[in-house]
Write a protein that binds this ligand. Structure first.
Ligand SMILES: [Zn+2]
Length: 434
């Protein structure tokens, strides 16, 4: 039973008002920031009033973690922790409540966006989650333990399998053939390596009904490579660790439809004003469901996007993002021809203190330069990333091990990292070697 546009607007406004009142009363970070800005929850009378609230940044979350970002009303048994991986430069950790997690699994993007076979009845969330015919294979980084513990606690019978993205592509292919999933969800960089390994090795692979990719930019060369390798439908999904699914493609592939019933997306210019369709703005999100760490006007995704000027050919009225500039990572090629997935290297930087940004540049097959940018906080003043320092030595030793000492690694501390040409973002792992 679909909502009318008016009912949907009313639903979003009620959720927003409820969330804002909850955050003001129970979450220290929002209470403090909104008092400083002189704004009260009652002032949110329309969806457009959201701009009265100040934007919160990733640094706000990092500095207020854990007590300042956690709702006082959320019991330990109702929540769990998620952290972004270090592949974005500076990790952030938030609390998510179980209702929110259930929602993201129940949203069932394959059916509503890609028209895959119906497998769900949204009226019975738990019924849906406990059905046994949802065979999903997730090849994702570093989340295996979080997913497994969630699976055990929330929906023990759901048949999905999580495989670590850091395993070699041959093991991902073996998992696909063994599990024969209906859906595969993974990162573009992992999918690229799977395609390359299949084409190089001539192996056959199980064809999922749908391949969902998330977490990085899916570019046209990769789409073409996937089309040459798989018969599966491919769906580009925009999401984040902090807020779950945000937007997804329909089969027209004209852009990504915003999932407006669960998230509000603003695209802002440097002055904090919404940009016109066709113009690029910084993504600021509000998650209408998570109450453990409310996400209200959060700019920490660090992505940029622009709205489509034309409506989608599919006829869906959900707003359409024409283009998203998100994370971009390349695999590193060792001199012996072995591909090294970029997250091997980014995860090796995850615990480096006061590392604000980085870029790993493979400039030749046998040479990598790592650009490191320090946090601009007083405590970072004495931190050094020099190659002969304590931190530098640890980084070099880890990279040496991952790259089997076949590539020389140089560390450079820099003030900033240039964006990609024509983009607002920099690649975290960049291979210029051919
Ligand atoms: Zn569409």
């Amino acid at each position: 039973m679909a909502m009318t546009p008016h009912e949907l607007e009313q639903f979003r406004l009620e959720r927003l008002q409820d969330l804002v009142a909850h955050a003001y009363a129970n979450v220290e970070l929002y209470h403090r920031k909104w008092r400083q800005a002189g704004v009260r929850p009652e002032e949110i009378r329309t969806l457009g009033d959201i701009h009265k609230l100040p934007v919160v940044t990733k640094d706000d979350f990092r500095h207020s973690f854990p007590d300042g970002v956690l709702s006082r009303r959320c019991r330990p048994s109702q929540r769990y922790l998620v952290g972004t991986s270090g592949s974005t430069g500076s990790p952030v950790t938030v609390f998510v409540d179980f209702d929110k997690v259930l929602l993201d699994f129940a949203v069932n993007l394959p059916q509503i966006m890609a028209g895959c076979r119906p497998i769900t009845v949204l009226s019975g969330l738990r019924d849906f989650l406990l059905r046994r015919d949802i065979r999903q294979l997730f090849i994702v980084v570093d989340q295996s333990r979080a997913y497994e513990s969630l699976q055990g606690r929330v929906f023990p019978q759901m048949r999905h399998t999580v495989v670590d993205s850091l395993l070699p592509a041959a093991e991902h292919i073996a998992a696909l053939n063994r599990k024969r999933p209906v859906f595969l969800m993974t990162y573009p960089s992992v999918l690229r390596n799977i395609c390359l390994a299949l084409r190089a090795g001539g192996a056959t692979v199980h064809q999922p009904e749908l391949i969902m990719v998330i977490g990085e930019v899916l570019d046209e060369p990769l789409r073409a490579l996937v089309r040459r390798t798989f018969r599966s439908q491919v769906m580009d999904v925009y999401g984040s660790t902090e807020a779950g699914f945000i937007a997804a493609e329909c089969p027209e592939h004209c852009g990504l439809h915003v999932l407006t019933w669960k998230v509000l997306v603003e695209l802002l210019d440097d002055d904090g004003k919404e940009v016109a369709p066709g113009h690029t703005g910084r993504v600021v999100i509000t998650d209408l469901f998570n109450r453990a760490t409310p996400i209200i006007r959060y700019s920490g995704l660090g992505d940029y996007a622009c709205r489509a000027v034309e409506p989608c050919r599919c006829g869906r009225t959900l707003p359409l993002l024409a283009r998203i500039e998100g994370r971009s990572v390349d695999s590193i090629v060792r001199p012996d021809g072995q591909l090294v997935h970029p997250y091997h290297l980014t995860l090796a930087l995850e615990d480096v203190p006061h590392l604000a940004k980085f870029q790993i540049r493979q400039e030749r097959r046998d040479h990598i330069r790592v650009l490191l940018v320090k946090d601009l906080v007083p405590e970072a003043a004495n931190v050094s990333f020099a190659p002969d320092g304590e931190v530098g030595q640890v980084i070099l030793e880890r990279f040496g091990r991952i790259l089997d000492n076949q590539i020389t690694v140089e560390l450079h501390t820099v003030v900033d990292i240039p964006s990609r040409p024509g983009s607002h973002k920099h690649a975290t792992v960049l291979s210029l070697a051919t």
